[in-house]
Design a protein around this ligand. Structure first.
Ligand SMILES: [Cu+2]
Length: 146
């Protein structure tokens, strides 16, 4: 019983440590595209992956009034953007938000997105066990991915 209790305790401790370090969700190659003069919307891109599986439910950006999760598909030779309610991250798989496909769409820009500057994002996830998770990331603003 004593052994069981201490095992439980260390397991709990390990879980807590994991949650804090946020070792489940990885965000990489994130960037926001610089806007052209007069442009009122913008897009941001990144690679998302989750070891346990998670769902991106919403996002916010300090430079935009609102952020939507969008997908882009070809329909009868026309590029169409569609809003997604949420974006599933299957366990262990990298989901790429990249030009021509999935992206975060920024609306009601508070200021132009100038190359060389940064935009702060808050990404809201739901983990596989239903827990809400907020991750803040700072994205470089660039004219292209490279
Ligand atoms: Cu879009």
């Amino acid at each position: 019983m004593q052994l069981f209790r201490s095992l439980c305790f260390s397991l709990l401790f390990a879980l807590a440590a994991c949650a804090q370090a946020d070792s489940d969700i990885t965000i990489s190659e994130a960037w926001a595209r610089a806007t052209a003069p007069g442009q009122k919307v913008a897009a941001a891109y990144m690679n998302l992956s989750s070891k346990q599986g998670a769902t991106l439910v919403s996002a916010e950006c300090d430079l935009a009034g609102s952020v939507e999760i969008h997908t882009m598909t070809m329909e009868n030779d026309v590029m169409k953007m569609r809003m997604l309610d949420e974006l599933a991250l299957p366990a262990g798989k990298t989901v790429s938000l990249a030009p021509g496909g999935l992206h975060l769409m920024l609306f009601n820009l508070k200021q132009p997105l100038d190359a060389g500057k940064e935009a702060n994002f808050t990404l809201n996830f739901r983990s596989a066990n239903g827990e809400q998770k907020q991750i803040r990331v700072t994205l470089p603003i660039k004219t292209s991915a490279h």
